[in-house]
Design a protein around this ligand. Structure first.
Ligand code: BT5
Length: 197
């Protein structure tokens, strides 16, 4: 389904059946995680939500799919950012419902906020590639998702700060665990905002 303006493609996709795809030119209330905003002037980015089967590593699988679809050196920052030359070019938001998971992907094409990056690719060509990659990675074996995620990661091997609100964890990002958690100095970290130090 292609729409001009919506609150969020996530809201439109929510009641839809498995396999549905919602694309919009503009969102009046595009969102990130934790009530953060996803900003994009009309027609400047790919804003899409896919209705998929719930899967514990869906957010990582979607990151892998998006990085593969974008090509050209796009890398992954844990847990859900797409980076181009170290700057954020896109993000993933997975919202889990009882029977489905709504996987939202936003990628900057012709505009980026200050400090962000843009991809300068055609939206429909990118969307076609993304559908193919997401089909593949959303149903792939967990170990395959993790191993390609590791290869595409810009986070592993670096010193990081993970801000969890109440706690801040600093250390070396050593690996990613089977549930998608980041292993920092031997300790699994399940959530938080990461700064690469
Ligand atoms: C994300 O959240 O990165 C997930 C973004 C998902 C957006 C898609 S668009 C289609 C679907 N419909 C929606 O409503 N959402 C999804 P998070 O990690 O919380 O990052 C949000 C933060 O990224 C913001 O607080 C800003 O600092 C920054 N940001 C906002 N817009 C950006 C943009 N266009 N490019 C780069 N950074 C941005």
């Amino acid at each position: 389904m292609r729409l001009k303006s919506v609150t969020s493609t996530q809201d439109v996709a929510r009641p839809m059946p498995l396999g549905s795809i919602v694309v919009a030119d503009h969102q009046t209330a595009g969102r990130g995680r934790l009530d953060r905003r996803w900003e994009a002037p009309a027609g400047t980015g790919l804003l899409v939500s896919f209705v998929l089967r719930p899967n514990p590593v869906l957010s990582l699988a979607a990151g892998v799919a998006a990085a593969q679809a974008c090509g050209g050196g796009v890398r992954l920052k844990w847990p859900n950012d797409l980076l181009l030359n170290g700057a954020k070019v896109g993000g993933i938001l997975v919202e889990v419902l009882p029977a489905t998971a709504i996987c939202g992907i936003g990628i900057n094409l012709t505009w980026a906020p200050p400090g962000g990056a843009k991809l300068n690719q055609d939206r429909d060509v990118l969307l076609d590639r993304l559908r193919v990659e997401l089909d593949r990675w959303a149903s792939a074996d967990v170990e395959d998702v993790l191993s390609i995620w590791r290869a595409l990661s810009d986070t592993l091997g670096r010193r990081v700060r993970v801000d969890q609100g109440e706690h801040v964890i600093e250390g070396k990002a050593e690996d990613i665990g089977r549930g998608g958690e980041l292993i920092v100095d031997g300790t699994p970290v399940a959530f938080g905002s990461v700064t690469h130090l």
